[in-house]
Design a protein around this ligand. Structure first.
Ligand SMILES: Cc1cc2nc3c(=O)[nH]c(=O)nc-3n(C[C@H](O)[C@H](O)[C@H](O)COP(=O)(O)O)c2cc1C
Length: 335
């Protein structure tokens, strides 16, 4: 039994968000040397994606460490890269609790967090302190940006731009999150003109840092094609497919909750979206959604993903899943 299997029954006895905060606090306080000793050295399968060097292709998906409180720990647990956020220009509390629900039989979660985060200025100050401390992680850090709830949709570009400027020194890549189902109207920003306006605003400030777009699994084929057109027209650096889904058809009657569904039930749809995107573009794609085991990760890489990210799989399996995926991809690549 590994360390996470020992801890998990205790964590799962707690209310889901309480367990999340406790685990995060533990990771913030645990010395990296201890984490490395307990979970083993980092699994290695190096690659270059979009000019960024990675020790392995398994990343922590956005939402786990929204406020960047445990960056050194993610490196110590073996991740190849980590995405912080979603961060918004204004600090905000998110939706009322409870807002995170587990479904162990389905290997799923539902969340309606609503971008609870400390805001771009506070996160930037935390990151500046981390840089100054010499504990900045050796793995690439992505910064996932969202629109503040209080900002009207028409002013979205200025809102994203504030966060981008504030966090620019700290991110190896930036993600426009226009696909969370939990901020009213946000997904309308996936519409081509709106998204183009945001990308242009950011590029006008800095043309060098990679800007990726994270999309919903619930887009129609014409909407996916519009994203592909936009990727060419605005020279988008990459895509993340996908965020959580609003399709709750996998949910047992009477146990459903409002919010985005992640984990096992998302696997097939996230793969379909990836295939559709890969058929139309050669830019880097990060696969996210329902990667609960090594086979699901392999399926995404075979479908053309450059990297994978895990969230729900990490909640159910812990750091072991990183190693399992890396080993499987190494087997695949050497076959
Ligand atoms: C509790 C929770 C919070 C999340 N918060 C964010 C977020 O702030 N920004 C974001 O882009 N995605 C967020 N996500 C989506 C994940 O990053 C991921 O794309 C999605 O859950 C699908 O992957 P999975 O099936 O491995 O969980 C969140 C997911 C969960 C379960």
């Amino acid at each position: 039994m590994n360390a996470y299997e020992m801890l998990k029954p205790w964590l799962f006895r707690l209310e889901a968000e309480t367990a999340h905060h406790l685990a995060l606090r533990g990771l913030e306080l645990a010395p990296e040397t201890c984490l490395r000793a307990v979970f083993g050295g980092p699994p290695m399968a190096e690659r270059d994606v979009g000019g960024i060097r990675l020790r392995n292709p398994v990343g922590l998906a956005a939402g786990m460490d929204k406020n960047a409180v445990a960056l050194p720990a993610w490196e110590a647990l073996g991740f190849g890269f980590v995405e912080i956020g979603t961060i918004t220009a204004l600090a905000q509390p998110g939706n009322p609790q409870p807002r995170l629900f587990r479904y162990p039989q389905l290997g799923a979660l539902i969340n309606r967090m609503g971008f609870n985060n400390d805001g771009a200025d506070a996160v930037a100050a935390r990151l500046a302190r981390l840089k100054g401390s010499g504990r900045w992680p050796g793995i690439p850090v992505g910064v996932n940006l969202g629109k503040s709830k209080a900002t009207p949709l028409e002013e979205a570009a200025a809102d994203y731009l504030h966060s981008f400027r504030t966090l620019l020194p700290y991110g190896d890549y930036f993600v426009l999150n226009v696909s969370s189902p939990n901020t009213p109207g946000l997904r309308e920003l996936q519409e081509k003109d709106a998204l183009a306006g945001i990308v242009r605003a950011l590029r006008g400030h800095d043309a060098a840092k990679p800007i990726l777009v994270k999309i919903a699994p619930d887009l129609t084929e014409p909407q996916l094609d519009a994203i592909l057109e936009l990727a060419v027209e605005e020279a988008i650096s990459g895509l993340i497919a996908t965020n959580t889904t609003l399709d709750h058809s996998a949910m047992p009657a009477g146990r459903d909750e409002a919010g985005g569904l992640s984990g096992g039930p998302l696997r097939a749809r996230a793969l379909d979206v990836l295939r559709r995107l890969r058929a139309g573009t050669r830019i880097p794609i990060i696969a996210s959604g329902g990667i609960m085991d090594a086979a699901a990760a392999r399926e995404r890489i075979e479908a053309g993903a450059d990297l994978v990210q895990i969230y729900t799989g990490f909640v159910y399996r812990g750091p072991t899943l990183i190693r399992e995926i890396v080993e499987e991809l190494k087997r695949m690549e050497s076959a």
